[in-house]
Unconditional design. Structure first.
Length: 226
């Protein structure tokens, strides 16, 4: 895979708003994209924060102290997270919040912070594209027609999945360039032939017309290079 097109859309859940106030990360989820298309790889982890869970935070994400009691501490999963995100551009909504907690936890267990040059904030993308509009994840899902009916509570995995769809829409949809498309979904009438490398679908009638045209040419270059 080309690293320049590998991206990780991620989200976190925490015990509060600021690690400087003693709050900690309790959930991490990342979705891998390659050329804006989900690869099926993801990482989802719960983390024992080693502290109490405020009622207002539990009301947001539903994660209780009892549920997190047997989960690993962040230091035990830090290497797994770093391996998963290595070399990728990180995508998050209100990225400053998630990066603040992620870097705090990494530094707390003796690992270096992640540079901001590797991070894209979809909140900033949305503000630039839709000035004056609502830019919450729910609002963006509604704008782009993304089904969020299964999102009862906030959760890092479901929010990362929704954000991956939002990010693709914010950056121009699945087809971001002729040479960059992994899969192009084409609706055509009648029988088709599909090329496996890029999943192009072309009506057979057009193929037959093209073959007839090429067949009437003298030493056509098309036949030498196709």
């Amino acid at each position: 895979m080309s690293r320049k097109m590998r991206e990780i859309v991620f989200d976190t859940e925490t015990t509060g708003l600021d690690p400087r106030d003693g709050h900690r990360l309790v959930e991490f989820a990342g979705i891998e994209l390659f050329e804006r298309v989900p690869t099926g790889r993801h990482l989802h982890l719960y983390v024992n924060p080693g502290r109490s869970m405020p009622a207002e935070a539990q009301a947001v994400h539903g994660l209780s102290e009892d549920f997190l009691a047997d989960k690993p501490r962040f230091a035990a999963v830090a290497a797994e997270i770093l391996t998963f995100i290595e070399g990728a551009t990180l995508i998050a909504h209100n990225a400053a919040f998630d990066m603040r907690f992620l870097n705090y936890e990494l530094e707390l267990c003796g690992r270096g912070a992640i540079g901001n040059a590797l991070v894209v904030d979809t909140l900033e993308l949305a503000r630039k594209r839709f000035p004056g509009a609502k830019h919450s994840l729910d609002a963006l899902c509604q704008r782009f027609g993304i089904d969020r009916s299964h999102r009862v509570l906030h959760g890092a995995l479901i929010d990362a999945e929704l954000l991956a769809d939002v990010y693709v829409e914010l950056t121009g949809g699945r087809q971001i360039g002729f040479d960059l498309a992994v899969t192009a979904e084409v609706q055509v009438d009648g029988p088709t032939k599909v090329w496996p490398r890029r999943q192009w679908a072309v009506p057979l009638a057009e193929l037959e017309a093209h073959a007839d045209f090429v067949g009437r040419m003298k030493e056509p270059l098309w036949l030498k290079h196709s």
